[in-house]
Design a protein around this ligand. Structure first.
Ligand SMILES: Cc1ncc(COP(=O)(O)O)c(C=O)c1O
Length: 475
């Protein structure tokens, strides 16, 4: 088991030696009186080994296959990093005079226009810091729109049962009541149920298309018409945009608001709570509601807000360097963004097809960028769950797919092998999954007790959730 940095501490060791100072000395008595703050004392070499050691225990897109469904864990090209670390981008301050950051503003505008073109929307704000933050922004915009129209009875937001949990959460945070619409036998929105739910109280429908089953809803036009005819708006969760770039556009499908996850589709890093970016795009009728701090075409100054703005969603102009990584990716690919999506769809269908002789695919029709397996049969026959199989993958340098989601599929494993994975990598993963399936039959206890090689083996899920130990207590 890895030691904590505090456990490595040994009195008098230090990692930093400051050069002699030519400045007058200052007294720190004020701080010294606050008692011992107990920082670890450790030599530089041990410090470096500690953190490099920890980094080697983590699995990331740079270390191995990472098919986390609905998350688009694609490779983050190092060119993005080169551009984001250019002095003119990395060493500016948001309070700098405007004349000195004209190039940066131009780059933001360029990205907003590119995203508008890709999505078929009329304007974008780069303010939101993540997908869920974008959803919340979009929901506030929708609420403000109905308020402005004095349409105060519109309190209901309809969300499919396959939706990501952040969708209903964002709607509730914005003050709406959430109503669930169920999926039909083909995995799309059940039109009859939707018809029974949509009425004069409907504020919006939130949808991701393709959805979290990896299926494109062929009824999208009928769905959009239903909601619009009742006076509601359509919100597009763009987490799955990787499947459709250059092929279809949310704006053309009828969506009024969309959020994107730059840290998914546009290859900027995510995970670890790192700086994501969830730009929100709108059609013309919603531009006046965009957040303050957005860089919009007709605003007289950067500090002015659109006329009916929902207000500021975060400080300054969003995670600027993340947006520059996304712009680099878009400019690098150009029209090739269409190939990105087509290859993502091809990879998912290849893998689904190759696995379908051994595993059960929940919705076996042609998928988009991801597909969902169900291990319900294996659980009954061998008492091996989706979790057991996932744990076994950890011993083989493969990050498990998303487990137990979408919730409408029992013992679900949602696999998204995106376009950056080679056929060789996909074949290795397919062969591993088939091998583990055979082991499930021959020796189920092997999977029930996996993993065997990770620094932390099985944790008690219930205890970890109910009594989490979030602080280190020094002996
Ligand atoms: C379908 C879907 N919507 C929304 C989100 C939320 O995005 P974020 O994690 O950037 O907040 C996710 C995240 O995984 C998602 O898969």
């Amino acid at each position: 088991m890895a030691k904590l940095i505090f456990e490595l501490s040994s009195l008098g060791h230090q990692a930093v030696t400051f050069p002699p100072s030519h400045l007058p000395s200052v007294s720190f008595d004020e701080f010294e009186n606050q008692g011992n703050i107990d920082l670890p004392e450790i030599a530089e070499i041990d410090l470096v080994r500690h953190y490099i050691g920890l980094s080697k225990m983590a699995h990331g897109v740079d270390t191995g296959f990472y098919p986390l469904g609905s998350c688009t864990m694609k490779y983050n090209p190092k060119l993005n990093e080169d551009v984001a670390s250019l002095e003119g981008f990395a060493k500016i301050h948001p309070l700098q005079p405007l004349w000195s950051v004209q190039g940066n503003l131009k780059a933001m505008r360029h990205l907003q226009d590119a995203l508008s073109e890709i999505c078929g929307m009329d304007e974008f704000t780069l303010q939101p810091a993540a997908g869920a933050h974008g959803e919340f922004t979009g929901m506030l915009i929708i609420a403000a729109y109905h308020r402005q129209n004095n349409d105060l009875k519109r309190t209901k937001v309809i969300v499919p049962d396959a939706a990501h949990g952040t969708n209903p959460a964002s709607a509730v945070m914005a003050g709406f009541d959430v109503v669930t619409v169920k999926s039909n036998a083909c995995g799309g929105v059940d039109l009859d149920e939707l018809r029974s739910l949509v009425d004069e109280n409907t504020a919006a429908l939130m949808l991701t298309n393709p959805n979290t089953l990896g299926l494109f809803d062929p009824n999208i036009k009928a769905i959009a018409d239903l909601v619009h005819e009742a006076g509601g708006l359509l919100y597009y969760d763009g987490a799955n945009l990787n499947a459709i770039m250059g092929l279809s556009r949310p704006g053309d499908m009828g969506f009024d608001v969309v959020h994107l996850n730059l840290h998914k589709t546009f290859s900027t890093p995510h995970g670890g709570g790192g700086p994501g970016s969830g730009p929100v795009g709108v059609k013309t009728h919603l531009i006046p509601y965009l957040p303050k701090g957005s860089y919009l075409k007709d605003l007289p100054t950067l500090e002015s807000a659109p006329s009916l703005s929902i207000g500021r969603m975060r400080s300054f102009h969003g995670n600027f360097l993340t947006t520059m990584r996304a712009l680099t990716y878009i400019l690098f690919n150009g029209k090739g963004l269409k190939d990105v999506s087509m290859n993502a769809v091809l990879n998912a269908n290849y893998m689904m097809h190759q696995l379908s002789d051994v595993y059960t695919v929940a919705y076996p029709q042609t998928c988009m960028h991801e597909f969902v397996l169900t291990l319900e049969k294996e659980k009954d026959q061998y008492n091996v769950s989706a979790k057991d199989l996932s744990k076994a993958m950890l011993d083989h340098n493969m990050h498990p797919p998303t487990m137990y989601f979408p919730q409408i599929v029992h013992e679900a494993l949602m696999i998204e092998p995106n376009e950056t994975e080679s056929k060789a990598t996909l074949d290795e993963a397919i062969s591993l999954l088939k091998q583990l399936h055979q082991t499930m039959i021959d020796d189920p206890s092997y999977l029930q007790n996996a993993p065997y090689t990770t620094p932390v083996l099985r944790v008690d899920d219930v205890l970890a959730a109910r009594v989490p130990i979030l602080k280190y207590h020094k002996e």
